[in-house]
Design a protein around this ligand. Structure first.
Ligand SMILES: NC(=O)C1=CN([C@@H]2O[C@H](COP(=O)(O)OP(=O)(O)OC[C@H]3O[C@@H](n4cnc5c(N)ncnc54)[C@H](O)[C@@H]3O)[C@@H](O)[C@H]2O)C=CC1
Ligand SMILES: Nc1nc(O)c(N)c(N[C@@H]2O[C@H](COP(=O)(O)O)[C@@H](O)[C@H]2O)n1
Length: 226
């Protein structure tokens, strides 16, 4: 793979003990304990951009903002915007115009592909920036290069399952943080949904710790990096 200039990219995800990130209805499930939610808020505050897939926007309607006022103020003190840039990977420009990511609380970039309907893109441009790359799916390497070019150096990916898989498949992930909550979900999307990696993507365990009622594992991705 040709190397590109791109930000440091990490995935943060909350999973059940059986590795599921929601149930078969794909509706959001609260897996994280309070301590983990605070850790996630700090990670957001330390990031320049938060990336999610359109599946996550349609299922969860997330805000993707920093919840702690103190952390937002600290960012501002350091010359940054109160919240990181929100990025939605959305090939066909399906982000609803009333989605919380378009609420103006933070800047938002919607990444679409050539498949996106022009009228939908024009409507999104009223509320967000739009980046176009890729014929069918969004070209994730081009997106990461673009984010780097606008000064983004640290990207937090908050799912979902299919976007995580694609980013790992493209060699665009450096680190994966998994909070395992004390529950079994059964059927549902897993941490990375897609065709089997052959061979499996190797990870190195960086650290593991008990957090609240669950376990936090931090992994470094050892596969070829771009
Ligand atoms: N427990 C947790 O930490 C989290 C759980 N979730 C859960 O994950 C589920 C959503 O995950 P998914 O349905 O897999 O949707 P997703 O959020 O991964 O979005 C995938 C969609 O993005 C679009 N896309 C455009 N370009 C793409 C590319 N190059 N690669 C991959 N996708 C591309 C496609 O339309 C694709 O179907 C929900 O159930 C949500 O609740 C989501 C985030 C975090
Ligand atoms: N860290 C974490 N723990 C859980 O238990 C979760 N269900 C999620 N989901 C992610 O958080 C987003 C919600 O963000 P807002 O609170 O609306 O800002 C959701 O879309 C998932 O990406 N995460």
């Amino acid at each position: 793979m040709n190397s590109i200039m791109r930000p440091h990219v990490f995935i943060n995800v909350a999973a059940s003990a059986d590795g599921r990130i929601s149930d078969e209805s794909r509706r959001q499930i609260r897996i994280s304990c309070e301590e983990d939610m605070q850790r996630v808020d700090r990670l957001r505050a330390e990031s320049d951009a938060i990336v999610v897939g359109i599946g996550t926007v349609l299922s969860d309607d997330p805000r993707l903002t920093v919840k702690s006022q103190a952390l937002r103020e600290e960012r501002v003190k350091n010359g940054r915007t109160p919240n990181p840039l929100r990025v939605v990977v959305d090939s066909r420009a399906r982000t609803p115009l009333n989605a919380r990511v378009l609420d103006g609380e933070a800047e938002t970039l919607v990444a679409v592909s050539d498949l996106a309907d022009e009228e939908r893109v024009a409507a999104l441009r009223e509320k967000a920036s739009v980046f176009v790359a890729g014929q069918e799916k969004v070209d994730l390497r081009a997106l990461m290069e673009y984010l780097y070019s606008i000064g983004v150096r640290r990207v937090m990916v908050e799912g979902g399952a299919r976007l995580n898989h694609s980013l790992i498949a493209e060699g665009l992930v450096d680190e994966i943080m998994v909070y395992y909550g004390g529950m079994i979900i059964g059927n549902g999307p897993c941490i990375a949904d897609g065709p089997s990696f052959k061979p499996p993507v190797p990870l190195e365990l960086v650290r593991v710790s008990r957090l609240g009622s669950g376990v936090l594992a931090v992994w470094k991705v050892l596969a070829d990096k771009s």
